[in-house]
Design a protein around this ligand. Structure first.
Ligand SMILES: Nc1nc2c(ncn2[C@@H]2O[C@H](COP(=O)(O)OP(=O)(O)OP(=O)(O)O)[C@@H](O)[C@H]2O)c(=O)[nH]1
Length: 796
């Protein structure tokens, strides 16, 4: 006899590999032997048990024991593989949640959503790793899970019309949903509880099968139908380690912590309640598993299987049981059929019903020990299964077991090994539970994570590309803008200096020109005024002198006005130059400075002179020697009248000093007479000129002594500086504004460079993390038997 423990036909299903032959089953029921350490790998030479060398144990028994041992070993290995997958998935779920959480965190940059036409180069990684990703890209749908379908009313909102912030918020919401879903997946993967419903025809041995699995006499076994209700056997640890049963009248309301929702039944009354009481819809039986944790069915830490024994099927119960079997939490449905009776009508109806929901049913053909022609029985039963559940038939090697549950040793503390076929059944049942759990819990978690990680990869890649482009764009703009900015700084230092220089030199020139012009005007002031003034005659000469003094004062004021006009003209030329200097570098703008207000204070300072009597006589005569005597005479004569005695004496004394004392004595009388007459004439005739000369001179002296011209020059320079300053300030203000605006722009661009670099680094790390994680998640076996491929043992 040969048994192959390797898969003869590769299959996606977990259970197909360790198929035992369906024919030539040994009939030995149980084997008395010491229990081996199931953690040790089995080799042919290792299949030796204490006492196996003695002649009391036959070779056949030895081989059977080895097979039982191998089945249990395989079951343990499958369980470990499943647990390993669970642990790995749980770790990966936490990591994926970490990435999602981190993506949700507010960063300096906002996460962009690339659904609006993704850069094809950005998805290369995903395209290369998975064909479905390629499909996805071709369909122009970059995301599986992170797809933002924005619906407003009945119409789907175009994402491209939404604000970046709104899209970021939508993405945040999506990530929150992902986190919630991942949390649910974590709970599902971490959940170790599992339910196996045992159903079948009346008296087919369901209760005996449950007991055989539990290795204890728990459920009542009788030749006549005895199970009245669904009895769920759970581990006592779920009831604070108390062994007791809860009779539940209303299953929906059952709450273990609320004693009003059930009746406590002591274990010793269990048989009676199950067989005789009909007031309960269900019974929860909290029992201790007699076996070690590692072998335990109810509580092994990986998958804690609750076994549900159900009433035998008949026309009344078949529908209820089918509904019960359809429940989502029922991982596996075990159908127990009696090898003696095959499938009854009710059994067939149930299988046809259940096949719609649970395509694969685990079928236990019990009471096989009482069959004489076993091969024929197998053929007939398998043929029935083929018709009732083709999917189960296709995997009959793993799903259909011909056993004798009633022959399993249930003695407490018994060290007898199960028959190999029952051990194999148990292994296949455990594997089937694991496979179903893998399908219902691990695979969805894995698929969800794979899709989410691909989406995160696409999102990261797109954000990374966008950040890199933005960083390059902003850096380039900064670089391009630098010369213009530096030029502005240079201009600030240079242009303002130049403007100041031009303004100052212009003000100095205005001052200089004004002084020159005013000096000229002052030097010619006598000519202008005397010519214009009409002489009213000697009698009104006093008035004439007053008018002359006023007229000179007015003329000077006129000249100042004229010079001011010229200064304004020069100043406006300078302003035009300054404005041009500004527009040359800062672009066109209106000139703000104006000469209109220049030199219009209305507080004119005039030069005023007073007229004195001496201003009418000018005794300093240049070349009229002959006039000397006349002068003396005239001086005496006129002096007596006009100047008084003192002045006459003074005049005479002056003449005597010219002519000598002797001559004076001789000529004194005639000369005095003639002189007096001449003097008188002269004085009268020269009086107008004397007034002109003396007043003009006096006026000029007053102008000089008051520094009038310099003061006016300085004033005009000061006034022009004021208007120049206005234009200078305008240039300075515009320059400063340009610099500030440029600096603001540069700061903005620098901030973009900084945040895009930050974004680039962040998404590069997210991409690396998600890519690594994707590889890891993809490697998690959700087919728990994968690791057993190499465990190929052939036994002869
Ligand atoms: N020969 C033999 N008899 C068995 C085997 N398993 C169970 N029986 C017998 O079959 C009868 C029915 O067993 P149960 O376990 O009570 O059957 P059941 O399907 O639970 O019955 P109901 O729940 O009442 O439908 C009992 O007399 C058992 O001793 C077996 O493997 N071989």
């Amino acid at each position: 006899m040969t048994e192959s423990y390797s898969s003869s036909r590769p299959s996606s299903r977990l259970m197909r590999r360790n198929s035992a032959p369906t024919v030539d089953m040994p009939t030995a029921a149980t084997l008395t032997t010491e229990e081996p350490d199931f953690n040790q790998p089995l080799s042919r030479s290792a299949v030796m048990y204490p006492g196996s060398t003695t002649s009391t144990i036959s070779n056949a028994s030895n081989i059977l024991a080895a097979r039982t041992h191998q089945h249990r070993l395989n079951a343990a290995q499958e369980q470990r593989t499943y647990q390993d997958s669970c642990n790995r998935l749980l770790t990966h779920i936490s990591s994926v949640m970490g990435i999602c959480d981190d993506l949700k965190t507010k960063h300096n940059f906002s996460v962009r959503y690339p659904g609006l036409g993704i850069n094809s180069s950005s998805s290369n990684h995903w395209r290369s790793t998975n064909n479905s990703a390629t499909q996805q890209q071709q369909n122009n749908k970059p995301f599986n899970i992170l797809d933002l379908d924005v619906k407003i009313g009945h119409a789907t909102q175009d994402l491209s019309k939404l604000e970046t912030q709104s899209i970021a918020n939508l993405l945040d919401d999506k990530l929150s949903q992902c986190l919630h879903h991942l949390d649910n997946l974590r709970i599902r993967v971490a959940d170790t509880s599992s339910k196996v419903l045992v159903t079948g025809d009346l008296n087919s041995g369901k209760s005996a099968f449950v007991n055989a699995l539990l290795k204890r006499e728990l459920m009542p076994v009788d030749q006549q139908p005895c199970t009245n209700m669904f009895c769920e056997v759970l581990d006592a640890s779920l009831n604070d380690c108390f062994e007791e049963a809860h009779g539940i009248p209303d299953v929906e309301k059952y709450n273990r912590l609320d004693r009003t929702t059930y009746h406590v039944i002591e274990m010793r009354h269990l048989d009676k309640v199950i067989t005789e009481v009909s007031e309960y819809k269900m019974l929860k039986v909290y029992a201790r598993d007699a076996r070690k944790t590692q072998d335990s069915l109810l509580h092994n830490g990986v998958v804690d299987i609750a076994l549900i024994d159900s009433p035998g099927l008949n026309t009344d119960s078949v529908k209820t049981t089918a509904v019960f079997a359809r429940q989502e939490e029922i991982d596996v449905v075990v159908f127990v059929v009696s090898a003696e009776n095959h499938f009854t009508l009710s059994g067939k109806e149930f299988l046809l019903n259940a096949a719609n929901e649970k395509t694969h049913i685990f079928i236990v053909v019990n009471r096989f020990d009482s069959i004489r022609d076993k091969d024929r029985c197998k053929r007939l039963v398998l043929e029935q299964i083929r018709q009732l559940s083709p999917a189960t038939y296709a995997d009959a090697d793993d799903l259909v077991h011909f056993v004798s549950a009633g022959t399993v040793d249930l003695e407490p503390g018994s060290r007898k090994l199960d028959a190999p076929e029952f051990a194999r059944l148990e292994q296949r049942l455990r594997a089937f539970v694991l496979e179903n759990r893998s399908k219902s819990k691990l695979l969805p978690a894995k698929n969800y994570m794979v899709n989410l990680l691909k989406d995160i990869g696409v999102l990261s890649e797109a954000n990374r590309t966008a950040a890199a482009e933005e960083c390059a764009r902003a850096s380039h703009a900064l670089e391009e803008d630098l010369p213009a900015y530096q030029n502005l700084l240079y201009l600030r230092d240079r242009l303002l200096g130049r403007i100041e220089k031009v303004a100052e030199s212009s003000a100095t020139m205005i001052q200089k020109h004004s002084v020159v012009r005013l000096n000229t005007a002052v030097s010619e002031i006598g000519k202008k005024t005397v010519e214009q003034l009409e002489y009213p005659g000697i009698l009104l000469i006093w008035q004439y002198a007053q008018d002359l003094a006023d007229s000179m004062s007015q003329q000077l004021l006129k000249d100042v006005r004229q010079v001011e006009l010229q200064a304004r003209h020069e100043a406006s030329e300078c302003i035009a130059e300054l404005h041009q200097m500004g527009t040359e570098h800062l672009g066109d703008y209106d000139c703000v400075a104006s000469v209109k207000g220049m030199c219009h204070k209305g507080r004119d300072r005039t030069v005023q002179i007073s007229v004195d009597a001496t201003d009418f006589f000018d005794l300093v005569v240049d070349d009229k020697v002959t006039g000397c005597a006349l002068s003396v005479g005239a001086a005496v004569a006129l002096g007596g009248r006009v100047m008084g005695v003192k002045d006459v004496v003074s005049n005479l004394w002056s003449m005597s000093s010219v002519m000598g004392t002797q001559n004076m004595r001789r000529l004194i009388v005639p000369v005095l007479s003639i002189a007096s007459a001449g003097f008188l004439l002269y004085v009268v005739s020269d009086m107008r000129s004397a007034v002109n000369r003396k007043l003009v001179k006096k006026f000029k002296t007053a102008v000089r002594e008051t520094s009038y011209v310099d003061a006016q020059g300085r004033r005009m320079a000061r006034e022009s500086r004021k208007v120049f300053r206005v234009e200078g300030w305008e240039v300075q203000a515009r320059l400063q504004k340009s610099i500030e605006s440029k600096e603001r722009k540069r700061e903005e661009m620098s901030a973009i460079v900084h945040t895009s670099q930050e974004s680039l680094e962040y998404f590069t790390s997210v991409l690396e993390k998600s890519s690594m994680l994707l590889d890891k998640v993809s490697c998690v076996p959700t087919d728990a038997a994968t690791s057993l491929h190499g465990n190929k043992i052939e036994m002869h």
